[in-house]
Design a protein around this ligand. Structure first.
Ligand code: 5GP
Length: 350
């Protein structure tokens, strides 16, 4: 047994210090980014925010809403669409706003091959390969296999939380490594297993490792307010993935119920929750426990209305506070200050 005593931080433990700025208005801030991918060689241009591949979030409707919005946000689609639905979607103009999610099962790989028979290969150019625990050899081998099979597709793979595993996944062929174990809004991994890593520190450490190899990272999970997204970018994330913050909208493709006072609600659940396993795998397998929960959340209308406006406006505002004309400059201009409880911990106060 070993104890690491370095301080590890979460979003709530820090604030971003304002800096002298020549920016007059948030209108002057450009929150789009342009990346050249390490392995696929493709260029990505857009606001680097991704809807998580969760039921109610990574939906075809979400990708279509992002297409309509126009800033090139993207949605990682859930793995549960049929071949027909995927063919229909990936032949449409909104295809650029989506990541095709692949699991490790043979069924998933076969489904991708089948869909690719019916759509121009160019239309599916971004793959998201994710598992709860990206540390297994089987996962590494799968990422290598996908890189060999699809050399010109951008591959995002994860999840991991440490620098050495970020490097490993990059060397296996990932263009983008997805970072986060346990921070999700409907995730119970930390409670069920005791495993996890504070998300701000995970992002800082993995971004450092990836950037050293000309790779990129996507900070996945734990953002609850627009300021957390800004902190993730400030920490060095190239992309930020959102689940809970994008749940509960018209685009959820799920049931919307009405409460006594006319308030509308949706159900939102983790992809390892009982609800997800009942829905997609016919129940929780005997050997495993659920690592996600199910919550009822208020319905929030169209994602393109208040929600996206708040997120993008918040991010622009952060950039003006630190004098970053482009999102690209945000992490260079970020100084985090530790706040509240964290400082008490450091100085040994109660
Ligand atoms: P959020 O933005 O809601 O805080 O986090 C979204 C992320 O939580 C997802 O992208 C995914 O990585 C993670 N996640 C989704 N469902 C589950 C689950 O059931 N269990 C765990 N451990 N993580 C989940």
């Amino acid at each position: 047994m070993r104890i690491e005593s370095d301080l590890k931080l979460d979003f709530k433990d820090v604030l971003i210090r304002p800096k002298r700025s020549t920016l007059g208005s948030r209108k002057e801030v450009d929150i789009k980014r342009e990346f050249k991918m390490k392995w696929s060689g493709r260029t990505y241009e857009g606001v680097p925010i991704i809807a998580a591949n969760m039921d109610g979030v990574g939906t075809l409707s979400m990708a279509r809403a992002f297409y309509k919005q126009g800033d090139m946000l993207t949605a990682a689609l859930t793995k549960h669409y049929s071949v027909d639905q995927l063919v229909d979607f990936f032949t449409s103009d909104a295809s650029e706003n989506a990541w095709y999610s692949v699991g490790l099962s043979e069924n998933d790989s076969d489904k991708l091959a089948e869909v690719l028979k019916h759509v121009p290969a160019e239309k599916i150019n971004k793959l998201c390969i994710d598992v709860a625990n990206g540390y297994s050899e089987r996962f590494n081998n799968f990422v290598k296999k996908m890189r060999d099979t699809y050399p010109d597709k951008t591959i995002m793979a994860g999840n991991v939380v440490t620098g050495e595993m970020t490097e490993e996944l990059m060397l296996c062929g990932a263009d983008i490594v997805k970072v986060g174990i346990g921070p999700g809004s409907v995730c119970t991994t930390r409670k069920m297993t005791g495993v996890g890593y504070p998300q701000l520190s995970a992002t800082i450490e993995c971004a450092d490792a990836a950037h050293g190899l000309s790779g990129l990272v996507c900070a996945d999970g734990g953002c609850t307010v627009p300021g957390d997204i800004a902190k993730a970018f400030g920490a060095g994330a190239d992309f930020v993935m959102l689940g809970g913050m994008l749940a509960g909208h018209d685009q959820c493709e799920g049931e919307i119920t009405e409460g006594a006072n006319g308030q509308k609600f949706c159900t939102f659940y983790g992809m390892s929750s009982d609800t997800a396993m009942e829905r997609h795998s016919g129940g929780v397998a005997e050997y495993r426990a659920s690592e996600g929960k199910t919550v009822r959340i208020k319905h929030r209308g169209d994602v393109n209305d208040e929600t996206l406006q708040g997120i993008l406006g918040g991010l622009r505002s952060t950039c003006t506070y630190v004098g970053a004309r482009q999102l690209k400059e945000l992490s260079k201009r970020t100084t985090f200050i530790m706040v509240g409880q964290q400082i008490n911990n450091v100085f040994g106060e109660s």
